[in-house]
Ligand binder design. Sequence first.
Ligand SMILES: [Zn+2]
Length: 342
Amino acid sequence: MNKRPLYRVLYYLGIGHMYKAFVNKKRCAILSYHSVAPHNSENALYKDMFVTPENFEAQVKYISENCNVLSLEDLNNKLSDKSLPEKSVVITFDDAYWDIYEYAYPILKKYNLPAAVFVSTLYIESGKSFYWDKLMSILNSAKEMSFRGEVNGKDIACNLTNEGSRNNAYFAFIDLFKCEYFERKEELLGQLAEHLRADMDSYKTKTLTWDVMREMKNNNITFGSHTHSHEVMRILSMEEIRKEIEKSKEILDNKLEQVTEYIAFPYGSYSDIGIDAPKIALELGFKRAMSLEQGFALDNSDEKLLKRIGIGGIDSHEEFQLKLLGLIPALNLAKKCILKNE
Ligand SMILES: [Zn+2]
């Protein structure tokens, strides 16, 4: 069963309206976006990461009319004194892509809403691409249409003849490379590019610049850390975690003339974050940290590591509204039960 028609049916049955009557309203949906940009052939392998400007505007319009949109500082203060307004929302972006300035920022200004961007400082400083963008570049420019061989100690077979199979290959390699150190990832990507006779840099990561970040900072956008090199925190030693967080904070503090108080951990599941990184972030003076575990920040909790709600590029507007209500995990569970009994 495809989940999207199910969401649509439930939406039009009014399940959202019924649910609203019972839900704990003193909670905040911290929305997590990555890119806001039109879908095209270059980003087709990872459409879910790119929310189109049209969808983004519809979402922003909806929350500006129906919710209390807070800055991260407001959220932190209101959580601390347990005064979270009903239907609170915070808008966040991870990775600091240039398209946030190009497409999302004008829309946020139009509706006069605050937001936060989490920056991995190495990529701003060096102009290097994120490994998943290099992978996109390799798979999009490959001259070999199939590959069988050993990659990172595993036997891999993939074919790149159509969008579906390229998509599967993309996520298989993401999983294979994710938990390697930055240099090792570069090495593995180089080997893959050679196998597939592909260009690693036909598609390059374009990030925000310090100049536009300074402009955005003066217009309601908060900048936080997304660590320095965007590694999986769990694979690092405590010393390495401290360096990753400290370095990004130092660069952000200097370049943006601020005290950086918020951090979002890369990848963001509890298992990717591990137990040390949140403790170290608090020791280094961060007030709150963000995960990508799906859920809400609750008024009656003292949590420092907050859950967020990931918004995808293929979400319909109905799905977006159901996510805001926190209904998607329950619906997925219901779907699993239905499929199990079929
Ligand atoms: Zn990220």
